[in-house]
Design a protein around this ligand. Structure first.
Ligand SMILES: C[S@@+](CC[C@H](N)C(=O)[O-])C[C@H]1O[C@@H](n2cnc3c(N)ncnc32)[C@H](O)[C@@H]1O
Length: 363
């Protein structure tokens, strides 16, 4: 049976961070409440700090101890890793080993997700200001066992060292931009983009919240002259959604097989991560735009036909399949979920011509 990246990561974290008794319980059912009580208390505190802070305001470091870093890893890592593992197939390379820069690595979330989801070995450089997070990341990454291996691992507490390094095949910043002021985020983007190798990738992932996402959409616009956007955009001009509305936000929802400790912690915390909202942009230096349109809102029936809100090269808006024009060829567009990409045999337009063919893909 194949194990999903998030299950493999959760099992690994449990094997490293819980007591032997709790590990045994994990493999047969629920972990005892006594073991999880301090973890739950830390997660409640961390969650309150993140949800109480306004985007772009400096956040008092909510993970300042080893215990907090371990609690963060036990709950947030599987959830955040699911998003990165979902996007990982966009990173393609002939190389056996990829050089990866993981900015704001926390307990090594993005690095673990890539190890679990990519066929490549990884040479990792993690930038992380919290000593507790660095220590947990080191432990989790050095003990990782899987088909993909950590070929080297280094850490720094700020980006300055990485700027002196060789360029990276992949630079990831996951859930760390919102902690920076707008100016600091702009400067960071310049620094991170300067270390992406030719044909290399830049992956930005943020929590699925409107403010975080709108901010990320602006960052996306600032990067499109130096990079080709390859997810979710199939266009490189300024984001039409930003211009069309002051509230809309470009995001997706992942339905995942939630691993067992994540489910148990959810029920103790009163949270629900059964489905995960997220926003993300992936860029490639060089590379080419993906064909087709991104579905922004899935098909809805109206009096005039079936309407799908899409975004793609030269078109942002509702495209309609007229009543009576539905066919085998339009089925993929009709069935596509929000954030899926659909290729059409005719350019997207307000009313699709008869006989159009469509095909859909998750990325
Ligand atoms: C919300 S956590 C995200 C951790 C991990 N990337 C994830 O997705 O689970 C943000 C991390 O970024 C780190 N961080 C924030 N600003 C930083 C900076 N300027 N330099 C290094 N690390 C930073 C924080 O210490 C924290 O561990």
């Amino acid at each position: 049976m194949t194990v999903s990246p998030s299950h493999a990561i959760e099992r690994h974290i449990v094997s490293q961070l819980l007591s032997p008794a709790a590990r045994a319980q994990y493999h047969t059912g629920d972990v005892s409440h006594a073991e999880l009580r301090p973890v739950v208390a830390e997660i409640e505190r961390i969650s309150a700090a993140y949800t109480g802070h306004s985007v772009g305001a400096t956040i008092a470091q909510p993970v300042s101890s080893q215990q907090a870093a371990e609690a963060y890893a036990l709950y947030y890592t599987a959830i955040n890793a699911a998003k990165i593992a979902h996007l990982a197939p966009l990173v393609t390379s002939e190389k056996k080993c990829l050089r990866v820069l993981d900015f704001g690595s926390g307990p090594g979330t993005a690095s673990l997700a890539l190890l679990a989801a990519l066929p490549h070995d990884l040479s990792l450089h993690c930038i992380e200001s919290s000593p507790g997070m660095r220590s947990v990341a080191e432990r989790l990454l050095l003990s990782w066992q899987g088909p993909s291996r950590v070929s080297s691992l280094s850490f720094s507490s700020s980006i300055t060292e990485a700027l002196r390094d060789e360029p990276f095949d992949l630079v990831v910043a996951a859930n760390s931009l919102a902690e920076l002021s707008e100016d600091a985020a702009a400067q960071l983007m310049q620094q991170l983009s300067s270390v992406v190798a030719p044909e290399g990738f830049l992956m930005l992932v943020e929590p699925g919240q409107p403010q975080h996402t709108r901010r990320l959409m602006k960052v996306r616009d600032s990067l499109c002259s130096a990079f080709t956007p390859i997810f979710p955009c199939t266009r490189r001009d300024p984001c039409p959604m930003l211009a069309a509305s002051e509230a809309d936000w470009c995001h997706g929802t992942l339905t995942w097989a939630q691993p067992p400790l994540s489910c148990q912690l959810d029920s103790l915390l009163g949270f629900n991560k059964h489905r995960i909202k997220y926003s993300a942009f992936v860029f490639q230096r060089g590379g080419s735009l993906r064909p087709g349109v991104r579905v922004i809102a899935a098909a809805e029936r109206s009096k005039r036909g079936t309407e799908v809100l899409v975004c793609g090269e030269s078109f942002y808006g509702v495209t309609r399949i007229r009543k009576g024009a539905r066919s085998e060829g339009t089925r993929a567009l009709e069935k596509a979920l929000a954030f899926e990409r659909v290729e059409l045999s005719a350019p997207a337009q307000p009313e699709l011509p008869e006989g159009v063919n469509s095909s859909r893909s998750v990325l």
